[in-house]
Design a protein around this ligand. Structure first.
Ligand code: NAP
Length: 286
């Protein structure tokens, strides 16, 4: 185990509340396995203290930090620069120190893509359907565009939120790829859906017996489809269990969680990190 001493470098996660975070065991397990003198800490920061806290983190020479709810948008004006990816998503989840100040990015995009990249698919022929239009869906939309998918369909329950969701990408190449729909249109889309993604919290513990899509509708998917649930508790979710009974390939949210963390840790440490160690550390927390 890493011994904290006078030379230990600091990393952490800012959020409010922060007690539920799974990140410290995941990152510290990888740091330990690499034998590095770093420690990753939970840093509870209330919204009204964000600016003061970020200045303080700079002053104590923190090397970098993860950003979780409710700071993913509010942090942006406090950074000296953000990546194009973070700009497209509209949120930052990873920050590191540069000579000119803090820089931010969004590793959810590549974390989401990690389990898809190894699959043998012609993504240009895949028109993904994303359920939900919240913060995570934004990263998934950017990821699907990066993957080279065809049309990207987002299904939401609130038209008043769906239109601004699409408009937020006006003047980008993503705008023309994106279509937004009400849930009543889902059934008609499923027979040609090769990638169905749940980015709603439907089915998340303690509501583990719910599914965003019932079995009769999952029956409409092509047999070559992939069902991807961003939820990682329970594993697998009811949505994925139902899809599995129909022979559909499934991916659960743990891969996105571990890979977004691994990409962040690589940025801070400047070297490859042991993803399998991070996955094991996460699994021990369920
Ligand atoms: P969010 O910003 O609150 O968005 C949730 C979306 O789901 C909203 O569009 C919401 O609609 C919709 N929704 C909620 N309940 C619904 C219902 N009963 N019926 C229909 N739509 C419903 O949350 P988020 O940050 O995007 O997170 C979404 C899920 O992804 C969560 O389960 C989270 O744990 C998971 N997640 C996983 C990872 C990972 O690394 N695996 C990363 C991020 C998020 P309204 O806007 O109309 O309320």
């Amino acid at each position: 185990m890493t011994i904290i001493n006078g030379k230990t470098k600091l990393l952490g996660v800012i959020g409010d509340p922060i007690g539920h975070t799974l990140s410290p065991p995941m990152h510290n397990a990888a740091i330990d396995a690499l034998g590095l003198n770093y420690v990753y800490l939970p840093l509870p920061i209330a919204p009204e203290n964000l600016a003061t806290a970020i200045a303080g983190l700079s002053a104590i020479d923190l090397q970098g930090f993860s950003v979780t709810i409710p700071h993913k948008l509010a942090i942006i004006p406090l950074l000296s620069q953000i990546t194009e990816k973070a700009r497209l998503v509209g949120a930052v989840n990873t920050v590191w120190r540069t000579e000119t100040g803090w820089q931010g990015t969004n590793t959810d995009v590549d974390g989401f893509l990690a389990p898809l990249k190894s699959l043998d698919k012609d993504w240009s022929r895949v028109n993904p359907v994303i359920l939900g239009n919240g913060g995570a869906a934004r990263a998934v939309v950017v990821a699907c565009a990066q993957l080279g998918c065809g049309e990207i369909h987002v299904v939401g329950r609130n038209q008043k939120k769906l239109d601004p969701f699409k408009e937020s990408w006006a003047n980008t190449s993503l705008y023309d790829l994106l279509e937004v729909h009400g849930w009543d249109e889902l059934e008609g889309m499923l027979p040609t859906t090769e990638l169905l993604i749940n980015s709603t919290p439907i089915g998340m513990s303690p509501q583990g017996e719910q599914s965003p899509v019932e079995l009769e509708l999952l029956d409409l998917l092509p047999s070559s489809a992939i069902a991807y649930d961003l939820i990682y508790n329970p594993r697998p979710t009811k949505f994925l269990r139902l899809a599995q009974t129909r022979g559909i390939r499934i991916i659960d949210g743990l891969e996105m969680l571990v890979n977004q963390g691994a990409i962040a840790l690589e940025i801070w440490l400047g070297q490859p990190v042991p993803v399998s160690v991070m996955r094991e550390a996460l699994l021990k927390q369920f």
